[in-house]
Design a protein around this ligand. Structure first.
Ligand code: EPZ
Length: 416
């Protein structure tokens, strides 16, 4: 199995361009199902989750072509409305294809998406919203049989939690429904706005994305279009933490600092110097990171849960003790035991992690438990004395486009 081997201690410096956002490209690839024409999706990162999405599209009858960072999808001849179980299991977020398949074909059959490394991943908000739009859903033998036999009709939907995936599924199902749909307490993440921008460029009429109330006026058909994916704010935070923990000086290009306000604030609290100019962020790390005031993960624009493992790993080498509160997922600290193998001093109790900074980490063998937990191990390995060997790196490859090459560019002693 592939492993990442790091010899820690090098200060990171130099500059890299941050990849397109995984959590934007996945729903946008799903959205191409609604478009009767060619869709060119630019700035598409090279990720295994993107590979799975393309397999799902081809299984539905789409023709997909990949040229460097562009994926071209021709979904004129959608012939199927089922996602095979093995593909559902490979990628939990394939549930976001549900709304698009129903929006295009009126039907969908998917296997109930399994839980994942972050704990149970219920989809009750997705399903109750789709039912309000006129979808009959039968759950049987681990499969969901969805059928909008009388067509999709707009509805007024209030989400009990601003779920990113549920908001995306409603937008996808409502884009070509009859009449108007309103989503109250919608997720406000930048990836929601990117999806709305993509659909509007194809002829949809979606207003209010980025706020907590979204209005969708159903249209008859959507055409092909072109779109460039927004930069990945979580990947950007990962490279910033790598620079911070190694006392480095790194410039990130092609980012959108306005998507990272809560993230930048924590880096500044830790003593790093952050210079924002247009689409670049330069981070200069002080030699010893400071503890930071309690960080709480919240729905956007609060601090993103996905950057939690990234920041916790960086703070392992800070002076003092910091507290992190995980408010979004139930079980997002599984990587902490692996960080402890490198000498980290972290105590977790329920949704709280207490990080006591240490003077040094020491390289060790460790295993990825999930995508962002894996990134946390890489960050710690970059600062640890000696060699760190990270196994199960398939988790990292789901969301990071060639992290080894990027870190090598920044002077890390790392290989796969
Ligand atoms: C998206 O997941 C992201 N994934 C996650 O990124 C991200 O952590 C999350 O949003 C929050 O920002 C993609 O976009 C592909 P949610 P999603 O629905 O849509 C509960 C990464 O590392 N919930 O906002 O699944 C759920 O259990 C990944 O890139 C319900 O209870 O997130 C969780 O506790 C990890 N019922 C909370 O809401 C539902 O029907 C947030 O879930 C749906 C969700």
């Amino acid at each position: 199995m592939a492993e990442i081997v790091i010899r820690g201690g090098n200060r990171l410096n130099g500059e890299i361009t941050v990849q397109g956002a995984k959590n934007s490209v996945l729903p946008i690839l799903a959205a191409t199902i609604l478009c009767k024409g060619d869709c060119a999706v630019h700035n598409c990162p090279n990720l295994s989750d993107v590979d799975v999405s393309i397999k799902i599209l081809e299984g539905l009858g789409c023709n997909c072509l990949r040229e460097d960072n562009t994926v071209i999808v021709d979904s004129r001849d959608i012939s199927c409305y089922k996602i095979p179980e093995h593909l559902m299991r490979e990628m939990r977020s394939s549930v976001v294809f549900l709304g698009a398949i129903i929006g295009r074909t009126g039907k969908a059959v998917i296997s109930s998406p399994g839980g994942c490394e972050l704990g149970p991943r219920p989809i009750d908000l997705h399903l109750s919203a789709l039912e309000k739009l006129g979808v009959q859903i039968i759950e049987e033998h681990g499969y969901l049989y969805c059928d909008a036999r009388d067509g999709l009709k707009g509805a007024e939907i209030t989400l009990s939690f601003p779920s990113v995936g549920a908001t995306e599924n409603i937008i996808l199902a409502a884009a070509c429904a009859e009449g108007m749909t309103i989503i109250h307490n919608a997720a406000k993440e930048p990836e929601i706005s990117d999806l709305a921008d993509f659909l509007n460029s194809a002829g949809a009429r979606i207003y209010g994305s980025g706020s907590d109330t979204i209005y969708i006026y159903g249209v008859k058909t959507l055409s092909g279009t072109e779109h460039s994916i927004i930069p990945d704010r979580i990947v950007a935070s990962t490279y910033m933490a790598a620079a911070a923990i190694t006392g480095g000086n790194v410039c990130l290009n092609g980012v959108m600092p306005s998507h990272m306000v809560a993230i930048l604030s924590v880096f500044r609290d830790s003593g790093c110097e952050i210079d924002v100019k247009g689409k670049t962020i330069r981070i200069k790390s002080s030699n010893k990171l400071l503890r930071v005031p309690t960080v709480r993960s919240l729905a956007y624009p609060g601090f993103p849960t996905d950057s939690g493992p990234i920041i916790i790993s960086m703070l392992c080498m800070s002076r003092g003790t910091s507290v992190f509160v995980e408010n979004i997922f139930e079980n997002r600290f599984r990587y902490v035991d692996e960080l402890k193998r490198l000498g980290a001093k972290i105590k977790t109790e329920g949704k709280i992690a207490v990080v006591e900074g240490v003077d040094r980490l020491s390289g060790a063998n460790c295993k990825c438990t999930d995508l962002r937990g894996g990134a946390a191990l890489v960050i710690a390995g970059l600062a640890a004395h000696g060699e760190t060997v990270i196994e199960e790196i398939r988790h990292i490859n789901r969301g990071y486009d060639n992290i080894v090459k990027s870190l090598k560019t920044l002077n890390a002693d790392i290989k796969e």
